[in-house]
Design a protein around this ligand. Structure first.
Ligand code: 0O2
Length: 208
């Protein structure tokens, strides 16, 4: 797709917003890298196992805007699609997710607009993760902007499950056979049990 041709006169406005999303990702990744180092330095342990970032692709943005019945305009994107800039924080243990949430709630360069707790309330598919719909502060050369982003926080077990489920959806083009869906639900329960058990083992380690 020729993007410049596709957006026509609006191309420069869209490009500017996309740069803002990229800046937000850079900012969040850097902030998380700093607190990871700080936790490691002070406590010898960081709740952050690793961080991944991604920009939503243009076809995926267009699909989502169409699904939501939004006009293909940059303001409609900015106001209604919160996950163009995406950051995923992966932890070892379930408790680490909420430790990171507590930290993020205290930051004054981040506004949390919504918390979707798919750990307390898993999706019917078995999906578990904590989603934060946020706006992050970005310092431009001459002004400050708040850029929408989505932060997903999940354990390694939840991440393994989500990545495998995503691959299956891709393979079957979203028409996953019922037997595989049931298997995935079972696997999600096992991943959850593993998180619970690893949490107990960790408590024993911390007690010593
Ligand atoms: P991708 O590839 O990550 O861009 P809303 O914004 O509230 O109108 P939305 O966006 O469906 O609705 O919100 P939701 O369900 O809270 O979060 C969507 C994102 O969470 C997805 O992004 C996935 O990254 C992840 N996710 C949600 N449910 C599942 C699931 O059942 N399996 C897996 N593997 N991931 C899930 P996108 O846009 O679908 O994709």
């Amino acid at each position: 797709m020729d993007i410049e041709e596709f957006f026509g006169e609006q191309f420069h406005q869209w490009r500017e917003r996309f740069r803002y999303y990229e800046m937000a990702i850079t900012e969040l990744e850097s902030d998380l890298g700093i607190i990871d180092l700080d936790w490691q330095t002070r406590l010898g342990y960081s709740p952050i196992e690793h961080v991944k970032t991604r920009m939503k692709t243009l076809p995926s943005i267009i699909r989502k805007m169409n699904q939501k019945g939004l006009p293909l305009e940059v303001e409609a994107l900015w106001d209604n699609i919160s996950d163009v800039a995406g950051v995923r924080i992966v932890t070892s243990f379930r408790d680490d997710i909420y430790a990171i949430l507590d930290h993020l709630k205290k930051r004054d360069d981040l506004e949390i607009d919504e918390i979707k707790d798919y750990i307390q309330h898993p999706k019917p598919s078995g999906y578990r993760s904590l989603h934060l719909i946020v706006r992050t502060k970005v310092y431009l050369a001459e002004r400050v902007i708040w850029v929408p982003a989505e932060i997903q926080i999940r354990t390694l077990a939840m991440d393994f499950w989500a990545a495998t489920e995503h691959k299956l959806h891709y393979k079957y083009q979203h028409v996953v056979p019922e037997a595989s869906k049931l298997e995935l639900i079972e696997a999600a329960k096992m991943a959850d049990a593993l998180d619970t058990q690893m949490g107990r083992i960790r408590e024993q380690i911390l007690k010593k």
